[in-house]
Design a protein. Structure first.
Length: 70
């Protein structure tokens, strides 16, 4: 069964995955794949920004997240 797209202004997180920094024990970037009312998109964020937006917890809990405005 197909899932309806999220309402305008919100995103459904499909993937939130840390990308390792080969020179460090820390994540260099976080790959985020998400679905909005306009379709599926992806972006790469800093680990700090992903944490600030609460993306890891929201993905784990399968919660919709508000899309930040620029």
């Amino acid at each position: 069964m197909a899932t309806a797209r999220p309402p305008k202004g919100y995103a459904r997180l499909l993937l939130v995955e840390g990308m390792a920094d080969p020179q460090s024990d820390h994540w260099a970037r976080v790959l985020v794949e998400y679905e909005t009312a306009h379709g599926i998109k992806s972006t790469v964020l800093s680990p700090e920004r992903a944490k600030e937006l609460g993306l890891f917890d929201a993905h784990w809990r399968k919660q919709l997240v508000p899309i930040p405005t620029p």
